[in-house]
Ligand binder design. Sequence first.
Ligand SMILES: NC(=O)c1ccc[n+]([C@@H]2O[C@H](COP(=O)([O-])OP(=O)(O)OC[C@H]3O[C@@H](n4cnc5c(N)ncnc54)[C@H](OP(=O)(O)O)[C@@H]3O)[C@@H](O)[C@H]2O)c1
Length: 295
Amino acid sequence: MTILVAGATGNLGGRIIKALLARGAAVRALVRTGTDPKKLEKLTTSNVTIVEADMTHPGQLTVACEGVDCVVSALQGLHDVIVKLQSRLLDAAIEAGVPRFIPSDFATDFTTLPAGENRNFDLRREFMEYIDSMPIRATSIMNGAFADLLMRDMPLLDFSKKQAGYWDDPNRQADFTTMDDIAAYTAAAALDIDTPRLLRIASFQRSPSELAEAASEVTGESFTLVNMGSLTDLAAYNRRARAANSDGEQQLYPRWQQGQYMQSMFSTLNDPLDNDRYTGIQWTGLKQVLSARNN
Ligand SMILES: NC(=O)c1ccc[n+]([C@@H]2O[C@H](COP(=O)([O-])OP(=O)(O)OC[C@H]3O[C@@H](n4cnc5c(N)ncnc54)[C@H](OP(=O)(O)O)[C@@H]3O)[C@@H](O)[C@H]2O)c1
């Protein structure tokens, strides 16, 4: 099968390509015309066909999609990318007769959450409405938060302060999946012609108190739990912070967007999980992630 990956020069996109090659797929990497050759180095050393295209040119995108079995988008951006560019790519895929499309969702399952509470999820929701109105089979992968984010300090888990923060309930779990696990699963899903509309996965599901416990075990130092307030307070703070920072509307990760992610993460949990749909995926454990950080 031939899989076209958009966002091929990106963090997740590169990993998806590696995982597709490992499963024996023919991979076409869609990149912008004039992409810095340094960014393409990893792709040129592997067995990937690089297709450069002017992303504003529907005809060039259609040519890129010809003969493709599934388009996987790992694009990242705001409205111009997640809605406009993905829609252009989707139209091109349909024009070229591509049967399946995996959009760049890779998020907490926003289909279970109200609109208006997470700007980046609202963009994906807008694209979801469009793709669901079109004659193509779509599959979204809902993986919760990237577990790799636990590698840096944030209120949820802060190695420098030796603390884990919680909202409402220290025992409420959230979904975490490593980028490599998402990539391995996405590659398997891209090659699976019978995927459902949504696939829900997690490398692990853990609460702030479980994060604190694991961090204490891995570091040998005691982590304390810190009450950050309620999710309702967090939502109100996010709304105020967003209203006070209009520049953030043009930024991918303004502070209030980070708060919105935290709010979303603890507002839903993937159940049941579709982790067992494919063989050959070794799910990463929390302690593996934290040990890698500690070393
Ligand atoms: N759940 C989570 O916790 C979490 C965390 C992080 C990311 N994600 C999601 O994972 C997905 C991939 O994110 P990532 O971090 O891998 O992104 P990334 O590393 O920033 O890569 C983004 C890709 O999109 C391409 N791109 C951006 N704007 C473009 C444009 N106007 N035209 C053509 N290509 C464009 C980039 O190409 P160039 O190299 O040419 O710029 C790059 O290949 C996104 O859906 C993101 O929201 C989820």
